[in-house]
Design a protein around this ligand. Structure first.
Ligand code: FAS
Ligand code: PHB
Length: 390
């Protein structure tokens, strides 16, 4: 039977970043992924990195392309009631965010793992985790090319996302789940068109939320709120661009450059947290342990901070401070819940809810009006958006 120190299930950003950091600390690890590398790279997801995330990518040694191609953003904009307002992130917090797509982060991590000759199993079928609760001999098993494989490890890191096998393998009586599902989704479109604005614009509109984001100076990412039963095939590119224009302030809509979509997809929105995040020798990391609505740009960044906490805990264990692994869950959850609150509050503030009524909409507009009348209120949003300290 194969053996390693840490078995990592999932080759998304959580699994790959953890693998890179553990290797830097001399801790052997193997990544087992159910999909192909190309499939993983084909998923279009996050676009905004907090400094906590870029610091960890730097510690992992995968920052060269991010430094060269990432776009530092000192501010973020909100549009509502025909207004376009800006929050001066850097002026209010001394920090900024970096616009650099999750796809590129994942690509950089994959390239670094390959260059380091670290072991990654792609297209693994029927992945399962065993014997993690009593800490005797945790194992991961899988099928590959018709062969059954088993890997023994000291620890298993469940980096396998919301639909993964790791959380699902925890006995129901040992885990608490907290969830809120929102009554709408986000229809996203990626296009090789110049961004409509130099910074991101989050839009509150009577027709629904919209977001103008970007991946580079020549590639844009846009979202419009859509109904839960909407289908991507219901949306031609023209229909998307028309709806987006209707939700933008006129001064912005006039500058919108449209073009053919490279990708279009609908993501449901939910808030979700599993507690605790440790079960004997199994840890839940990133989306395997929690989900946020993307309104606060926290999903990928929370995955990164989980990885940072687990890396520190495992470094401590292998340095003889065995008890450090027992603090991972509590430390990670303290930051997770604050990011959950911020993501929930931004979603509640900016989206059209079916039961809002005119009063609910007036409350949203009053809060937005107050936000831009108060440096304290803008500072509160800014310090959450750039990322609270780890
Ligand atoms: P991931 O889901 O990225 O990776 C998990 C990996 O585990 C996948 O590669 C999967 O194939 C693999 N896996 C699953 N089951 C397995 C099994 N049984 N065995 C082996 N491998 C298995 N965040 C933002 O900040 N902004 C956004 O705009 C944004 N948009 C999103 C859109 C969508 C549709 C989704 C689903 C998420 C979005 N997110 C966004 C959040 C997203 O970026 C996640 O936070 C991020 O991908 C988390 O990374 P991981 O924890 O690695 O999970
Ligand atoms: C994105 O660029 O995909 C993006 C940016 C900010 C968000 C959500 C998504 O809050």
């Amino acid at each position: 039977m194969q053996r390693t120190q840490v078995a990592i299930v999932g080759a998304g950003p959580s699994g790959l970043l953890l693998g890179q950091l553990l290797a830097k600390s001399g801790i052997a690890n193997v990544v087992i992924e159910q999909r192909s590398a190309d499939y993983v790279l084909g998923r279009i997801r996050a676009g905004v990195l907090e400094q906590t995330c870029t610091d960890l990518l730097r510690a992992a040694g995968v920052h060269a392309r991010m430094d060269a191609e990432g776009l530092p953003h000192d501010g973020v904009c909100l549009a509502f009631g025909g207004r376009l307002e800006r929050i001066d992130l850097h002026g209010l917090t001394g920090k900024r965010v970096t616009v650099y797509g999750q796809t590129e982060v994942t690509r950089d991590l994959m390239d670094a793992r390959r260059s380091a000759g670290l072991s990654t199993v792609y297209e693994a079928d029927e992945v399962a985790v065993h014997d993690f609760l009593d800490g005797s001999a945790p194992r991961v098993s899988w099928l590959k090319d018709g062969q059954r494989h088993e890997l023994q490890a000291d620890f298993i890191a469940g980096c396998d996302g919301f639909h993964g096998v790791c959380r699902a393998s925890v006995p129901a009586e040992k885990i608490s789940l907290h969830e809120k599902v929102y009554p709408f989704g986000w229809l996203g479109l990626l296009s090789d068109t110049p961004p409509v604005h130099e910074e991101l614009i989050y839009v509150h509109h009577e027709r629904g939320f919209a977001l103008c984001s970007q991946r580079s100076t020549t590639r844009s990412r846009y979202y419009v709120q859509c109904s839960l039963d909407d289908k991507v095939e219901n949306w031609s590119d023209e229909a998307f661009w028309h709806e987006l224009r209707l939700r933008l302030p006129a001064e912005v809509a006039d500058k919108l450059v449209t073009g053919p979509s490279l990708e279009k997809s609908i993501a449901p929105l939910r808030s979700f947290v599993a507690e605790p995040l440790q079960f004997g020798r199994l840890f839940l990391v990133g989306d395997a342990g929690h989900i946020v609505p993307p309104t606060g740009a926290k999903g990928l960044n929370l995955a990164a901070s989980d990885v940072g906490y687990l890396w520190q805990a495992l470094e401590g264990f292998y340095a003889g401070r065995a008890g450090e692994v027992d603090h991972y869950s509590q430390r990670a959850l303290a930051r997770i819940w604050k990011a959950e609150r911020f993501s929930w509050s931004m979603t509640t503030l900016l989206h059209k809810f079916p039961d809002n009524g005119t009063f609910g909409t007036k409350m949203q507009l009053a809060e937005l009006d107050y936000l831009f009348s108060s440096q304290a209120a803008m500072t509160a949003v800014a310090e959450n958006y750039v990322g609270l300290p780890m």
